[in-house]
Design a protein around this ligand. Structure first.
Ligand SMILES: N[C@@H](CCC(=O)N[C@@H](CS)C(=O)NCC(=O)O)C(=O)O
Length: 187
């Protein structure tokens, strides 16, 4: 969804290939030729393929939206932009663990300890955003960027599993970004 949301924000033409979320569909030789771990997302453009959502984000911004969503080398917020794009996966990794624990693993094999630990680590990862989002509406002072589609999706994932309401600024931020047309289209 993170990459899809970004594509909708860019309002560029693209073709979405949906793959059934199953081992059988994700591990076909054809798909493994594109994404060697058999994971989503991946992007094909000009006969080249790229996997890893942070890399896809950088690639898309560099090639298709240097005006709004990108912060080029030399921009005063370049470092923050890069940091948040990749921090998005630090948040999401806890969400992914909770998806395993709460959805895919058979109930008798789930671990309460892992669930508690991952929920706590997820909450703390979001907590560091509180002071930043107290200062401005988006992660960067200069306004909405691809950093928000990256981290924003991770918050979307997180709120499926943990209560984010004690993080008032994060909650307000989530309310703000989830009203965007491109977010809704991706969802
Ligand atoms: N760090 C990677 C994570 C990719 C990933 O793990 N994707 C999940 C879905 S969100 C997946 O394809 N899981 C299938 C599997 O693990 O077999 C990224 O950001 O692209």
């Amino acid at each position: 969804m993170r990459s899809l949301w970004l594509l909708h924000e860019m309002q560029i033409e693209f073709k979405l290939h949906e793959i059934e979320f199953s081992m059988a569909a994700l591990r076909t030789p054809e798909y493994l030729g594109i994404s060697p771990l058999g994971r989503v997302p991946c992007l094909t453009d000009n006969e080249r393929t790229i996997f890893e959502s942070g890399a896809i984000c950088q690639y898309l911004c560099e090639n298709y939206d240097t005006e709004n969503l990108y912060r080029a080398p030399g921009h005063s917020e370049r470092i923050e932009w890069l940091q948040w794009i990749h921090f998005a996966e630090t948040i999401a990794v806890h969400g992914a663990s909770l998806v395993q624990q709460k959805v895919f693993i058979a109930p008798e094999k789930r671990s309460e300890v892992v669930q508690k630990l991952e929920s706590r680590r997820l909450f703390i990862a979001l907590e560091i955003l509180e002071p930043i989002l107290a200062e401005h509406d988006y992660l960067l002072q200069s306004g909405f960027s691809a950093a928000d589609t990256g981290v924003g999706y991770s918050i979307h994932l997180a709120q499926e599993f943990i209560d984010i309401t004690p993080l008032e600024n994060v909650q307000r931020y989530y309310d703000r970004i989830s009203k965007r047309k491109a977010f809704k289209l991706a969802l």
